[in-house]
Design a protein around this ligand. Structure first.
Ligand SMILES: [Zn+2]
Length: 499
């Protein structure tokens, strides 16, 4: 049984990084490496600061075709953020990312060919956050095969992500943010070919210029004697000749010797490598210091203007209250979906029979169900600026009967609720009448079918006895709405049709 479980776990977590034919398009030329050299001069300052949690605002530019189609969904952005924060936390970076803005761009050029639309992309940049453009495709400059999943450009100081690499197991955004914070590939120089037993028994000192370099790259030695200026210029990442890329593996099965005949022992699961199939991915301690130092640098002042100082993730689990799984609800035309409020949640996405709604409440009134329909599905995810929805959606099903609701009251001292006329004309007024066994105060709120509050009157007084309040329909758009009288003890809801 234990073996079975282990196989299953391996299957689930045996995920690949940027690998196989999937590569990164970051150009690590001399200008790129100069940023790291400059960065290293301040490492001691960062180390002397000790623990200091850093918060990074991100603006996602969600790019679509010029006609507005083909854009990434917001839920994928939030899931990507959730994973990113978990993965950087696990890697020990002590840095958290939050959404500062979501920007929509409609431009087919940027959508499919960001390399050649950099000028336009710079004009969309936010000046107070890290900019990430999410596009459909990244064409290669040289027209060669393979898929570019993402890249960072020092010239524009922004990251580009391929839509299909967002929120998946590839660790692409974690890798590209490593580049944003000055890191190069652990196997820099070997990106195009990788170590090959037929070519590299030779004792070469420099690799030829590859697609991501402008000068030959010094081959790193196992003994660390040239680590300051070989490959990634970082000394605690061991010499890595890119074998993880060609084998798409996380365990080195070849004996690779450097030109001193020392045996390589690369950090196969490094986030800045191209290995595949590792179960956990890490940065080395020096890489973490480099990331933190880059954040603290003068040219990154713009990242430090926010006022976020606590990481408050939302938990994945939702406790459903009503309807529960397999429950039968007698009414069909106004079913209140309800769940326990999730700590730190800023909003919820509710999915009902594949249709998504967004609300800030921990309930949602659904009025679009078909009478006597079985197997209606609903589910909820909680989100905030740090992301959400790392885990898969849990959907539950319920059946509805054919009864129509008149007003539903949760207040046991209120009876004979009546809303009339109903339908009401948008420019007219309607009555909310009810009989109450005690006086209370309530807010009258009208929602549209998307759960958005479109009208609200606060603190209306209801007396002990018969009440009738005349409420203007507020010139709302025509269609079905939900009227709610909300008190601190519960609420009364009724379907309201605006003509
Ligand atoms: Zn890369």
């Amino acid at each position: 049984m234990k073996i079975l479980i282990n196989i299953l776990v391996l299957f689930l977590i045996g995920i690949s990084s940027i690998s196989a034919q999937n590569t990164c398009g970051t150009v690590q030329d001399e200008a790129f490496m100069q940023r790291l050299i400059k960065n290293k001069a301040y490492w001691n300052e960062t180390i002397n600061k000790g623990f200091d949690t850093r918060y990074v605002p991100i603006t996602f530019h969600m790019v679509a075709r010029s006609d507005g189609t083909g854009r990434i969904g917001e839920e994928t952005i939030y899931r990507t953020m959730c994973l990113l924060n978990q993965r950087y936390e696990t890697a020990g970076v002590d840095m958290y990312f939050y959404i500062e803005g979501l920007n929509e761009i409609n431009n087919t050029g940027v959508w499919q060919d960001p390399f050649n639309n950099g000028g336009l992309m710079r004009s969309f940049k936010s000046s107070n956050s890290l900019n990430i453009f999410v596009v459909d495709d990244i064409r290669r400059e040289d027209g060669s095969g393979g898929t570019t999943l993402g890249y960072y450009t020092g010239g524009g100081d922004y990251v580009v992500m391929r839509k299909t690499a967002m929120g998946d197991a590839s660790y692409t955004i974690e890798h590209e943010l490593g580049h944003f914070f000055t890191l190069a590939h652990t196997h820099r120089g070997w990106e195009d070919e990788g170590w090959d037993p037929n070519i590299y028994p030779q004792k070469i000192e420099f690799l030829e210029i590859g697609s991501s370099q402008t000068q030959p790259v010094l081959v790193e030695l196992v003994d660390g004697s040239n680590c300051e200026f070989a490959a990634d210029f970082i000394c605690d990442t061991p010499a890595d000749y890119g074998r993880g890329f060609t084998c798409n593996c996380c365990v080195l099965n070849d004996i690779i010797l450097d030109r001193n005949c020392d045996t390589l022992a690369p950090m196969m699961n490094n986030i800045m490598s191209y290995s595949g199939g590792c179960d956990t991915w890490e940065f080395s301690p020096d890489q973490i210091v480099a990331i933190q130092t880059s954040y603290d640098a003068p040219d990154r002042t713009y990242l430090r203007q926010g006022n976020v100082d606590t990481y408050t993730p939302v938990a994945d689990g939702i406790t459903y209250i009503h309807p529960m799984n397999a429950e039968k609800v007698d009414v069909y035309d106004n079913v209140k979906l309800e769940w326990e409020a999730v700590p730190n949640a800023e909003f919820y996405t509710v999915i009902i029979n594949s249709v998504e709604h967004t609300t800030t409440n921990n309930y949602f009134n659904v009025t679009t169900l078909t009478p006597n329909k079985s197997f209606n599905f609903w589910g909820v995810k909680a989100f905030n600026k740090f992301g959400g929805g790392c885990a898969e959606f849990q959907e539950i099903y319920f059946d509805v009967g054919d009864q129509e609701t008149s007003a539903v009251s949760e207040l046991d001292y209120v009876e004979s609720v009546n809303v009339f006329p109903n339908p009401v004309q948008a420019t007219a007024s309607f009555n909310v009448s009810l009989s109450s066994a005690k006086a209370f105060k309530g807010d009258v709120i009208i929602y549209d079918l998307a759960g958005k509050t479109v009208y609200q009157i606060e603190n209306l007084n209801f007396i002990n006895g018969a009440n009738s309040h005349l409420v203007p329909a507020g010139n709302l758009s025509s269609g079905i709405h939900i009227l709610e009288v909300r008190t601190t003890e519960g609420s009364i809801t009724e379907k309201l049709i605006i003509e």
